[in-house]
Design a protein around this ligand. Structure first.
Ligand SMILES: Cc1cc2nc3c(=O)[nH]c(=O)nc-3n(C[C@H](O)[C@H](O)[C@H](O)COP(=O)(O)O)c2cc1C
Length: 327
């Protein structure tokens, strides 16, 4: 049994696995590795850095590869959309903001549009603007999100919505998918595939320091927390309803819940953060991972991760052997 389906057919890939566009973590190396292993790699457009993006597209070693944007941030530099379209990505992934201002340009360029959503209202909006794929992100996911829904209920609810109103729109489940069991669950919940972030973050191909990865391997899902402290520290103007899931640490125990107080200490705390980042002191610097980190016990190559995920999911989803007839 193979996991090939309409998602793999549409993108010309082998496995229904899409790499999350994790800002600078998802550079050409990681995106190419995922595609090489049969998934769909995405370069992380993140907050938008034209020189970095040009460099990543030039450095790709596999195709197809798409690109993600943080939608509200794209609003500050809308020309980046044309820049990325000129590289003919396999998909453009918009997350965190209204996709409407960009959807038409993407669709007229003939590039599949993936919209990441966090609730039903956003899913309806994605359908309305003509998304080809919806990524339903539960609050257990690493990085930013809406935070209020879980993958386990959001995915089947959106699957039913799509089935009833937009059956051609495909669905990815995002948040907590780290292995074959969770991939099988995502497919069983009605998704066409999985959007995987944290599991690929813990690979040698990800643009992450090995010290950060080793630190995170010791964590359980309980050790992650949704917060806004690091957005204040990093001067990222996220709309207020978004929070980011990271590993909890001493810095967050001091400032989470005391953000107003923190704003009065920003020059000092920013300096402290930058020093910690350079020194790889993760009791102060941030590590962005989801609850799924609790089920990750090794830094494994992307190809190994994908093979194990697909092999196990296939076993789980395989129809049972017909019972032997015994007279
Ligand atoms: C390190 C990291 C960085 C992320 N950065 C982005 C980003 O720049 N843009 C985006 O749309 N999503 C980003 N995400 C969220 C992913 O799109 C995705 O929803 C999430 O990784 C899925 O959950 P998982 O981490 O449990 O696999 C990030 C996630 C992680 C772990």
């Amino acid at each position: 049994m193979s996991l090939r389906n309409r998602l793999t057919d549409t993108f010309g890939i082998t496995h229904p696995i899409v790499a999350a566009p994790m800002d600078y973590v998802s550079d050409a190396r990681l995106a190419s590795a995922v595609t090489q292993a049969g998934g769909l790699g995405l370069v992380g457009g993140g907050y938008g850095d034209e020189a970095w993006l040009a460099h990543q597209f030039a450095a790709l070693t596999a195709a197809p590869v798409g690109c993600g944007f943080i939608t509200w941030s794209l609003g500050h530099q809308p020309h980046l959309l044309d820049h990325v379209i000129s590289h003919r990505p396999a998909a453009i992934f918009l997350s965190f903001g209204d996709p409407a201002p960009y959807a038409r340009t993407i669709r007229e360029a003939g590039i599949p549009l993936i919209c990441q959503v966090h609730d039903i209202t956003q899913a309806r909006r994605a359908i309305e603007v003509g998304a080809d794929v919806i990524a339903a992100q539960g609050g257990e996911a690493g990085g930013h999100g809406g935070g209020l829904r879980s993958t386990f209920t959001l995915v089947p609810e959106i699957a039913d919505l799509l089935h009833a109103t937009a059956p051609d729109v495909m669905l990815l489940a995002a948040g907590g998918i780290t292995d074959g069991r969770t991939l099988a669950a995502a497919l069983a919940l009605g998704a066409d595939g999985a959007l995987v972030g944290t599991r690929f973050w813990a690979s040698p191909e990800a643009a992450v320091s090995r010290a950060a990865q080793n630190h995170a391997l010791a964590a359980s899902g309980d050790d992650t927390i949704r917060q806004q402290v690091y957005d204040l520290i990093r001067e990222k103007s996220w709309p207020p309803h978004y929070t980011g899931r990271v590993l909890n640490n001493d810095f967050l125990r001091r400032w989470h819940g005391h953000e107003i107080h923190l704003t009065h200490h920003l020059p000092h705390t920013r300096a402290q953060f930058n020093t910690a980042l350079a020194a790889e002191d993760y009791q102060v610097a941030n590590i962005i991972v989801g609850e799924g980190i609790g089920r990750i016990t090794s830094i494994a190559p992307v190809a190994t991760i994908i093979t194990e995920m697909v092999t196990r999911a296939t076993q789980i989803l395989a129809p049972p052997e017909p019972r032997q007839y015994r007279p």
